[in-house]
Ligand binder design. Structure first.
Ligand SMILES: *[C@@H]1O[C@H](CO)[C@@H](O)[C@H](O)[C@H]1NC(C)=O
Ligand SMILES: *[C@@H]1O[C@H](CO)[C@@H](O)[C@H](O)[C@H]1NC(C)=O
Length: 355
């Protein structure tokens, strides 16, 4: 209850902040809802508030006590266990949480689902569609019936970026990564000629030839700065990230007003908050093939009005990517919960006894 009361003013001030950001639009170029969200704020925030008071999760006991291994999984799990969302009454639960360790192979996973199916009536009602689980890399298809139902029907929460092929769009979702230590920078003014700061992970295996040569080109270009510690986020116009590399700082870049540029040669389906936040209005996605010349042309082609809108919407959305030890309204934990809330409408079949 305290949580719900704390939420209302926060959402309201966010709404006011949003409204204040939206200077009157030159009608031709501004979208209908110039907000960082897919839904209009007048729909999103009341629904979010409803979630904070009504949403109920029933969690099964894990097969054995275990710990999740990555910071965002651990943070999500601890926050969930200490939240008002848990219920001991499965009959009032909207969703069911199936905890299991990341190193579970197909066989123990199959046994786990088989046991749930036999011991509780809930799995059979939806064949797992009102169930969810956390798996760092996501789970792959397996010919086993139990694992296949888990894979195809239950909501998977993986850590962004998800192992390729392990993510089903519109059903699955990802946890925003936790960056090691928040920097104190506030949004700053930009040095006009400075094109970008980039935090590029040179060690990643999956990096393609064109990505590698793009990074080498940027290293030799005075307009780019390649470093492993993002000290100058706030002073850069654009912050460049390689998809598949270290993306832990994307949220932080947005917070300090550095527009994220994600370099990728494939479509990305598993962006965190993808069904809440309009990524296309906040970040730029470009392929590596044209090299640094093409990248510069593309980024300089973004006009000031669009750039400023992206920057402001990024700052407004950044709070949703922050993990707090004690969850705060609208932070990463609550927005992951909200995405689960959006997925709660599974059709439950009563079991029919054929005679
Ligand atoms: C769920 O369905 C399976 C058959 O698919 C059956 O073996 C099992 O007993 C059912 N579970 C419950 C709790 O009725
Ligand atoms: C940014 O520029 C504005 C004027 O354009 C100025 O008022 C403000 O103090 C500057 N902020 C910083 C952090 O330099």
């Amino acid at each position: 209850m305290a949580m719900a009361m704390a939420t209302a003013p926060a959402s309201l001030s966010l709404l006011l902040l949003l409204l204040s950001l939206l200077t009157p639009p030159p009608a031709h170029s501004t979208p209908l809802y110039p907000s960082p969200y897919h839904s209009p704020p007048t729909v999103l925030f009341p629904d979010y508030r409803k979630m904070t008071t009504h949403f109920k999760i029933y969690t099964y006991d894990p097969p054995n006590p275990f710990h999740f291994t990555t910071p965002s999984e651990t943070q999500f799990h601890n926050s969930l266990l200490n939240s008002q969302f848990l219920t001991r009454n499965p009959n009032e639960a909207h969703l069911f949480f199936v905890p299991f360790p990341n190193d579970f192979s197909t066989r123990p996973l199959s046994r786990l689902i088989r046991d749930l199916r036999r011991s509780f009536p809930y799995w059979n009602r939806t064949l797992g569609a009102d169930h969810f689980f956390v798996s760092r890399a996501g789970i792959a298809y397996a010919p086993d019936r139990n694992v296949l139902e888990l894979k195809k029907n239950a909501v998977q929460i993986s850590v962004f970026p998800t192992t390729s092929g392990n993510f089903i769009p519109h059903k699955d979702l990802t946890l925003p990564p936790i960056h090691p230590n928040p920097s104190p920078h506030a949004p700053a003014n930009k040095t006009a000629s400075f094109l970008g700061f980039s935090k590029l992970d040179m060690k990643i295996q999956s990096q393609s030839q064109s990505e590698t040569s793009l990074v080498q080109e940027m290293e030799g270009d005075p307009e780019f700065k390649i470093a492993s510690e993002p000290l100058d986020f706030g002073e850069s116009r654009f912050c460049l990230f390689l998809y598949g590399g270290d993306l832990t700082w994307v949220g932080e870049a947005m917070r300090v007003g550095c527009v994220p540029v994600v370099i990728t040669d494939r479509p990305i389906h598993d962006l965190p908050m993808i069904d809440v936040v309009r990524w296309s209005e906040i970040a730029v996605f470009v392929g590596p093939r044209g090299g640094v010349g093409e990248l510069k042309r593309f980024l300089s082609g973004i006009d000031e009005e669009r750039y400023e809108r992206m920057r402001r919407l990024g700052i407004a959305a950044a709070q949703h990517f922050v993990w707090n030890a004690t969850p705060q309204p609208l932070d990463a934990f609550h927005m992951v919960m909200y995405q689960l809330w959006l997925r709660r409408h599974a059709i439950r079949y009563a079991r029919r006894e054929w005679v």
